[in-house]
Design a protein around this ligand. Structure first.
Ligand SMILES: NCc1[nH]cc(CCC(=O)O)c1CC(=O)O
Length: 327
């Protein structure tokens, strides 16, 4: 297949559709530079306004973070932009017809972090500490950890961009907020992190820390060029994580955590481990399991690992824990 669109032939700048938020602009800017390098073409950012950017409603009520993605995808399908960059963890697991995930670049630190007042770590938070997070996944795991370690914390539902969320701590309204390390790193704000939460305590969202570069299926030449930015290990890991999420039939704001990592024995990478968790937001019940297999050599094999873990988690009651949410 060749790319017959006029733009492919003119050498005009490639148009990167992006949301206007600081995080989206930072992510798009990083990818724009990398794409310029591999294609030898200029890349221009085209702002696309999404319903999620303007709505004051609670995310859960308007259908999860997927709303941010929809407008970008429509712009791609209409040919108004040539490619788009998403946070992979915000992408619905079903790949829409007409669009391809051209690349998943090497993932950043997948962990969640704490930004707390007075430089406090999670263990140093005082009794009764109020921790802000809008994520049922983070609530479930923080509350479960607190229960099993005799800590007294309160998770407080919040939403908003990174500035808004950290603002709750700076204003003294909350003792701490939980954010993704990758987002803060891309914003150059890692210095504000007061604790990196171990993945054994809080397993990140499927795909957290990874970006997805998407274009129209008809832009075959562009897709091939973008594929140079793909990191095969990251792709395999996030494919397993997202397949677990899909097989649990959970949405992107469900209380599901997943992380696949490569186990290295000596010099050789020889196994992929996939860990998954589902919990009730109060932390009273948690299903946490892991599975290990040979490093998948295809996306299908990676997806199979995710489905296998989902079957085991469902057998341990995972479905009942997601049932408390409509999404
Ligand atoms: N839900 C919003 C969102 N989507 C992606 C990131 C951070 C970047 C990433 O995880 O790749 C964030 C912010 C956060 O969770 O703190």
């Amino acid at each position: 297949m060749t790319d017959n669109s006029p733009r492919a032939q003119t050498g005009a700048p490639l148009r990167l559709g992006t949301r206007r938020s600081k995080l989206a602009m930072a992510q798009s800017g990083l990818v724009a530079d990398a794409v310029s390098e591999v294609t030898g073409r200029a890349v221009e950012l085209v702002e696309v306004t999404t319903y999620g950017d303007t709505s004051k409603e609670h995310l859960a009520q308007i259908g999860g973070t997927g709303v941010f993605v929809a407008a970008l995808r429509e712009a791609l399908l209409r040919g108004e932009v040539d490619f788009a960059v998403h946070s992979l963890k915000d992408l619905p697991t079903a790949q829409p017809e007409g669009l391809v995930l051209a690349a998943v670049p090497r993932r950043e630190d997948p962990r969640d972090v704490l930004v707390a007042r007075d430089g406090l770590t999670f263990e140093q938070l005082p009794s009764g500490a109020r921790i802000g997070t809008g994520s049922p996944r983070r609530m479930a795991q923080l509350n479960a950890y607190a229960r099993s370690h005799g800590l007294d914390i309160e998770t407080v539902p919040i939403r908003g961009n990174v500035d808004t969320r950290i603002g709750f701590v700076r204003s003294g309204e909350l003792d701490a907020v939980v954010l993704a390390a990758a987002g803060l790193s891309r914003l150059g704000r890692t210095g504000e992190v007061t604790d990196f939460l171990p993945v054994d305590t809080v397993l990140p969202a499927p795909g957290q820390g990874a970006l997805a570069i998407e274009c129209a299926a008809t832009s075959a030449d562009l897709a091939a060029a973008l594929a140079e930015l793909d990191d095969p290990y990251t792709r395999v890991a996030v494919t397993a994580e997202r397949s677990l999420l899909a097989a649990l039939e959970a949405g992107c704001s469900a209380p599901v955590g997943a992380l696949a990592d490569l186990l290295v024995d000596g010099q050789a990478v020889n196994e992929l481990r996939l860990r998954g968790v589902v919990g009730s937001t109060d932390g009273a019940s948690l299903v946490q399991m892991s599975i290990t297999g040979p490093v998948p050599t295809s996306h299908d094999d990676a997806a199979a690992l995710g489905r296998e873990l989902a079957v085991e988690m469902l057998a341990k009651g995972a479905a009942g824990l997601m049932g408390e949410r409509a999404l």
